[in-house]
Ligand binder design. Structure first.
Ligand SMILES: Nc1ncnc2c1ncn2[C@@H]1O[C@H](COP(=O)(O)OP(=O)(O)OP(=O)(O)O)[C@@H](O)[C@H]1O
Ligand SMILES: [Mg+2]
Length: 200
């Protein structure tokens, strides 16, 4: 499968999502994460620790051997044309968004660019969701569902374990933190939604 993670807004968890979806798919078959962002966050991350999959620079695609699954991390604010092209060349475009009003408005702009795509080609992921008693994630989900946007069933919670994972260069399930397994369970559930929904 080819999965691309993209959004117009920066800092919404694209790289974190790309890394953890690659970690999920690495358990299914040989997986490569292509870092298509000039910040090279995923490459830096992999150099800090030990990734269970290969991370390569988008300019070094010749180094990519035979792989089963490809996850592509992208820079924020792609052009409309780039976003559409990315979506067309992927099995699925994952669009992470935080749940605050500004992020949701930016995300809806992203999605409006994609209306020409076949249904099921992109899916919105609510990330960095504040814990209860906050109702923010629930409100965002209700509002997006009401306007008929395709959403993952799973929300990714806001957990410090993800920041530790970024610092240590390992997937969140390897982080020493009381909530590291809870953090991994979120992305594992997102990965499972993708896996179960793939065209066979
Ligand atoms: N679920 C989460 N809970 C807590 N912190 C998170 C979560 N997801 C991401 N973060 C943190 O938020 C910050 C931004 O995440 P990330 O780098 O994945 O976003 P991005 O969309 O790739 O940003 P950019 O647009 O700069 O590439 C990082 O410090 C990351 O560790
Ligand atoms: Mg990033």
């Amino acid at each position: 499968m080819i999965i691309t993670v993209a959004s117009f807004k920066g800092g919404v968890g694209k790289s974190t999502t790309a890394i953890h979806l690659a970690a999920f798919f690495a358990k299914k078959g040989k997986t490569v994460l292509i870092d298509g962002d000039l910040n090279r966050s995923a490459l830096d991350w992999a150099q800090r620790g030990k990734a269970p999959f290969q991370v390569i620079d988008e300019t070094d695609l010749d180094q990519m051997g035979e792989v089963k699954h490809t996850v592509i991390d992208t820079p924020a604010r792609p052009s409309d044309a780039d976003l559409t092209a990315l979506a067309r060349s992927s099995d699925l475009l994952v669009i992470p968004t935080m749940t605050d009003a500004f992020s949701i408005v930016a995300m809806v702009k992203t999605v409006n660019v994609l209306t020409s795509l076949p249904k099921g080609r992109y899916k919105i992921l609510l990330t960095v969701c504040p814990p209860a008693p906050s109702k923010e994630a629930e409100k965002a989900r209700n509002a997006l569902t009401e306007v008929g946007l395709p959403l993952f069933k799973t929300n990714v919670s806001r957990l410090a374990a993800f920041q530790k994972s970024a610092l240590e260069g390992v997937p969140v399930y390897q982080v020493k933190d009381a909530r590291s397994q809870q953090a991994w369970a979120d992305y594992a559930a997102v990965g499972k939604e993708i896996w179960d929904g793939r065209s066979k």
